[in-house]
Structure formats: structure tokens, C-alpha cells
Design a protein around this ligand. Structure first.
Ligand SMILES: [Zn+2]
Length: 299
């Protein structure tokens, strides 16, 4: 077992802010959602990420109930030092369920944790430039049906053929009963799966261990969880257009889509180890020979 990675205090603070009552559960159309958007955009500016469009935003229309609404994907990127025309897209949805009656669904794990991790990755790779170009997308309107990710692949800022991988982050903060972080490649991605399996033993910490593949079905509050993990989050939109992915996330747990998904229920040890793992895996992937990971270079 490896010693626990050090806590990333900035990432924990970002998570706390995104899951605070000020953000009101980040439901599209609410002022809390707008506050979350402003917060993420400010961080993109501070990090001096490159932008494809005005103020990092990609707007799109989607339906929520009977309403047509505008969604906002937030997109920044870093240019690769060696393979600048080949892109890896890192996604994490920043929307959540908002308020229902008197209750606020703060969505600390789902998915303030993924967005905080995305910001931490952007911070790291801004300091240690990657070989491949990295696009960071805080996606909108995932909860209503992957609308933001669909909008991104429908109108991508670069050629779809130059996007070789999606890394999707959704729920890195609690870890469920078993404390497992799952890295799930698409069905049929056997080369990257084999590569991940080779890497996995490095990511075995007291608070978290890395598993390659989907969580096995468990019983949560008496209900058998039969999530189709291949379709559960934004990576499904990338798969639909033929882009390989690795989805990092955890099994559902008692706080999933509950008002108790709050910052104080975040497992700091699990989150820190999960963030460290994603960063190291991405860094190794960026440096590995393409023959071992199965990534295809675009011209
Ligand atoms: Zn989610």
C-alpha cells in the first residue's frame, strides 16, 4: 500500500465553495448556477487558460421540463508541447439539482468534487505543460440528460477526429462503502484497459483504491443498484461519436441525489487520493508511448 497523498487544500476549498448554499445546488437557470459559472470562469482567467471563444463559453439550447433554456459549457485549454494538434478532453459537469421545496441539493460529491478536480488538473498542467493538448470542459445540464456534453460533441471547438480521448470526472468525493475509485474505459478499448490494469497497483492507498472497470451492483437502502455505468455521465456523449473515454467515478452511495450530499460528508482522504490518482494517470498517459495506450495521434 502506498502512503496517503498530501491533501490539495485549494481543491478542497473549491469543492466547499461550489457546494456552499450560495450556489443553491447549481440548477441551470438559477442565480446559484450563475454564481458557480462565474466562479469557474474566474479560475480559468486566473490560470490563463487559452479560450476558443468569447469568455470561455459555449452556449446551447436545451429543454428542461417544458422550458427551453440556455446552457453554458465552460471551455479552456492548454497547448501540448509535442503533440499540439492531438487533444484530450477532460470533462466534469458543474450543474446539479438545485432546490426542491425547502431542501437544497448542494451536490458536493455530485459533482462539485469533479469540477474541483478539473480545476486542480488545469492548475497542475498549466505549471507542468503536457505533451498533448488538453481541453478542460465544465459541462452544463448533465443532470437533465447530458445536454452540455452532447452540445460539445455536436459543435466541437476542434475537429472531432483530433480528439483522441475523453476523461470524465463525476463523483470523486465520497467513494461509497468500499472506498473504490473506478476507472472505466469504453467496451472494446482493450489496449487502454490493459494499460490501466498495469498502472492500478500504484494507486492503492489507505483511503482509496483504484479499480479498473464498473462497480459491481450493490444494494443501497434496500434497492439493487443497476446503473448502466457506460451511459451514466458525460462520457456517453463522446462514445456516441466514437471517441474513447476513461470515466473516473464511484459507486452510488447513501448521499447520492440526496440533500445530504454536502461538503461535510466529503471524505477528504478519499478525495485527495482520487485527485492524485487522476492527475498521475493523466500525466503517465500523456508520457506513455502511444503503442502502449492505444491512443491514435491526429496529424
Ligand atoms: Zn453527476
Amino acid at each position: 500500500m502506498s502512503p496517503p497523498p498530501t491533501k490539495n487544500e485549494t481543491a478542497l476549498k473549491d469543492l466547499e465553495i461550489l457546494a456552499s448554499d450560495t450556489m443553491q445546488g447549481r440548477k441551470p437557470g438559477s442565480s446559484g448556477h450563475e454564481a458557480a459559472r462565474d466562479f469557474i470562469l474566474k479560475r480559468f482567467h486566473t490560470l490563463e487558460l487559452k479560450a476558443f471563444s468569447e469568455n470561455y463559453q459555449q452556449t446551447f439550447l436545451f429543454s428542461q421540463g417544458f422550458q427551453r433554456q440556455t446552457g453554458y459549457n465552460l471551455i479552456g485549454w492548454l497547448e501540448g508541447t509535442e503533440f499540439s494538434k492531438t487533444f484530450i478532453v477532460i470533462t466534469a459537469h458543474y450543474d446539479h439539482l438545485g432546490k426542491q421545496g425547502r431542501e437544497t441539493f448542494n451536490g458536493a460529491d455530485d459533482n462539485a468534487s469533479g469540477v474541483a478536480a478539473l480545476l486542480a488538473l488545469a492548475t497542475y498542467f498549466a505549471q507542468y505543460p503536457p505533451k498533448h493538448s488538453l481541453i478542460f470542459v465544465a459541462t452544463d445540464a448533465e443532470e437533465g440528460g447530458l445536454h452540455g456534453a452532447d452540445a460539445f460533441v455536436s459543435a466541437p471547438p476542434v475537429n472531432l477526429s483530433s480528439i483522441v480521448l475523453n476523461i470524465n470526472l463525476d463523483m470523486l468525493g465520497i467513494g461509497g462503502k468500499r472506498g473504490q475509485l473506478h476507472a472505466l474505459p469504453a467496451k472494446g478499448q482493450s489496449t487502454i484497459k490493459a494499460w490501466l490494469k498495469q498502472q492500478a497497483p500504484r494507486y492503492n492507498f489507505p483511503s482509496m483504491n483504484l479499480r479498473i472497470g464498473a462497480p459491481i451492483p450493490t444494494r443501497t437502502q434496500g434497492i439493487m443498484n443497476k446503473v448502466d455505468w457506460y451511459k451514466a455521465s458525460d462520457h456517453a456523449s463522446f462514445a456516441r461519436v466514437g471517441i474513447p473515454y476513461i470515466y473516473f467515478g464511484t459507486d452510488v452511495h447513501t448521499h447520492y441525489h440526496q440533500a445530504t450530499d454536502v461538503y461535510k460528508n466529503i471524505n477528504h482522504g478519499f478525495f485527495s487520493a482520487a485527485l492524485h490518482t487522476v492527475q498521475e494517470v493523466l500525466s503517465s498517459l500523456d508520457n506513455a508511448p502511444h503503442s502502449s495506450t492505444g491512443l491514435t495521434l491526429s496529424q
